[in-house]
Design a protein around this ligand. Structure first.
Ligand SMILES: [Zn+2]
Length: 487
């Protein structure tokens, strides 16, 4: 008995030792660099130029007939007037009416070019919420240390920030060794088919193979990750796929005074409930696994031990991390019923009912796999399942974190933002950059804007704004990125 106890004790100590050794060996993936001296910017002048850009209501509507060409033309004239050195030095092409492609030709033709993306369009103001804004959404107001307005974060802060960085470098007399493209679509918020798709196709027709492409999608997050006190730079290395499934249930119609045992509404509702109760499983893999590998070493010892020993704790980690809707979305293909339609009159049984269920597909899952899952879980011959006629997209390829482009961006961020932790990230929404994934394996998604917990609701919501100092950081990151990558 005593020998068994002793053996158990030895195993226990050995096991604990293994966990600790793995934790201690879980070393930092942060590149060691020193901070560069911040570029001396006139932050109020920068903020003023961004605020001016927010006065143009360059709204993307689902109905493309509502496109306001005059507003976009006015916005582009404003860019022309505000950034004279950019427009005197870079070639500017208009693609498909309102897409903008700038070319800053490099001195060494053998070097692969880089492409900086942003989009000109913004989402509309939700009707009825106009009065809830602290400052008018298209007023271009600077107040209390913020630039207020629709587009401050998504995505004019990025677009104007890129132009500001190039204007600054041209003024400093710098010329790039690599060619730098700036590509600004005008319909990202409705899929990018008229803007980014056409610019990417133009570059492809010219056999442009970029070293990397950088777009929006990741930010500087504060307070989003428990256990990490400083800012965390979330660099999107992939984005989720997109599928909407259309489910149609058929049943006998007729008078509601004599209903059958099952109705079209009930059959379809039961199918939807089964889908919600049997989601695709959570998994820590791909970009999310890379994120844990980068953030884990920066955590306090207890949390680090859990992340370092995922062979044992992955279930615990996934259930803890997946408690928030955002964390859950990073761990699985999500299931979101968005439309449910049936019936036209209160006393008539509908002979069919229809629902739309939106899926955001985790890298590693696929459109075909999700459709098979839906048919399998619904498991009712009276319900037909088809892909709905909107943009269907497989998950994007995953950019390597060991490749030079990711490492160069990580060094850039660490040189520019004090105390930052850089991590790969999975973008759970879509960006224009997915139209460029056939041009290069290195698609990065990051803008150096600071986002706290309070700010997530502002993107596409009320009171979108960016701190003046945070906007200066956006420009500083672009300046340093251009210096590191192209000079
Ligand atoms: Zn955007």
């Amino acid at each position: 008995m005593k020998r068994i106890f002793l053996l158990f004790l030895v195993l226990l100590v050995g096991f604990a030792g293994l966990l600790v050794v793995r934790t201690l060996a879980f070393s930092s993936r942060q590149p060691a660099v020193t901070l560069v001296a911040p570029e001396p910017f006139d932050s109020l002048a920068l903020a003023g130029r961004l605020a001016g850009a927010l006065k143009f209501a360059t709204i993307s509507n689902q109905d493309s007939n509502a496109f306001d060409a005059q507003v976009f033309a006015g916005f582009q004239r404003y860019l022309f007037d505000s950034f004279p050195k950019v427009h005197a030095t870079l070639a500017r092409e208009v693609v498909n009416g309102y897409g903008l492609l700038y070319t800053w030709t490099g001195s060494e033709a053998a070097l692969a070019p880089i492409v900086l993306l942003a989009h000109q369009d913004v989402v509309p103001i939700e009707p009825g919420t106009e009065q809830k804004w602290t400052e008018p959404p298209f007023g271009g107001v600077i107040a209390n240390g913020f630039v207020w307005g629709r587009g401050a974060l998504d995505d004019k802060g990025s677009l104007v920030g890129i132009l500001e960085a190039v204007e600054h470098l041209v003024a400093a007399g710098v010329t790039p060794r690599r060619t730098v493209y700036l590509a600004f679509g005008f319909d990202e918020e409705v899929g990018g088919r008229r803007g980014a798709t056409r610019i990417a196709a133009l570059l492809a027709s010219r056999h442009v193979q970029p070293e990397f492409v950088i777009d929006e999608g990741g930010v500087l997050a504060t307070g989003l990750l428990p256990g990490v006190s400083g800012p965390v730079a979330l660099v999107g290395i992939a984005e989720k796929g997109y599928l909407t499934a259309e489910l149609t249930a058929k049943a006998a119609g007729g008078h509601s005074s004599m209903p059958p045992g099952e109705t079209a509404v009930g059959i379809l509702a039961a199918g939807i409930v089964r889908l919600e109760q049997h989601e695709l499983p959570r998994a820590i893999r791909g970009p999310t696994a890379e994120m844990f590998d980068h953030i884990g070493p920066q955590l306090p010892f207890g949390q680090r031990l859990v992340v370092a020993n995922r062979w044992l704790f992955s279930g615990l980690l996934a259930s803890r991390f997946g408690r928030t809707p955002y964390g859950n979305a990073m761990l699985r293909t999500t299931t979101a019923p968005t439309v449910f339609q049936a019936g036209v009159k209160e006393n008539v049984l509908p002979s069919s009912a229809r629902a739309l269920v939106n899926f955001r597909i985790l890298p590693g899952d696929s459109v075909a796999g999700v459709l098979a899952h839906v048919r399998d879980v619904v498991h009712d011959a009276r319900i037909t399942v088809n892909p709905y006629q909107t943009a269907v997209a497989e998950p994007s390829p995953v950019t390597s974190v060991d490749g030079e482009p990711f490492q160069l961006l990580a060094r850039t961020i660490r040189q520019t933002i004090p105390g930052v932790v850089v991590t790969p990230w999975l973008v759970v929404a879509g960006t224009d950059s997915r139209h460029y994934t056939t041009l290069t394996p290195n698609v990065l998604r990051f803008v150096g804007a600071t986002i706290g917990n309070d700010d997530l609701r502002r993107i596409h919501g009320t009171d979108e704004r960016i701190g003046v100092g945070d906007y200066v950081n956006v420009v500083r990151v672009y300046v340093q990125l251009l210096r590191n990558a192209a000079m």
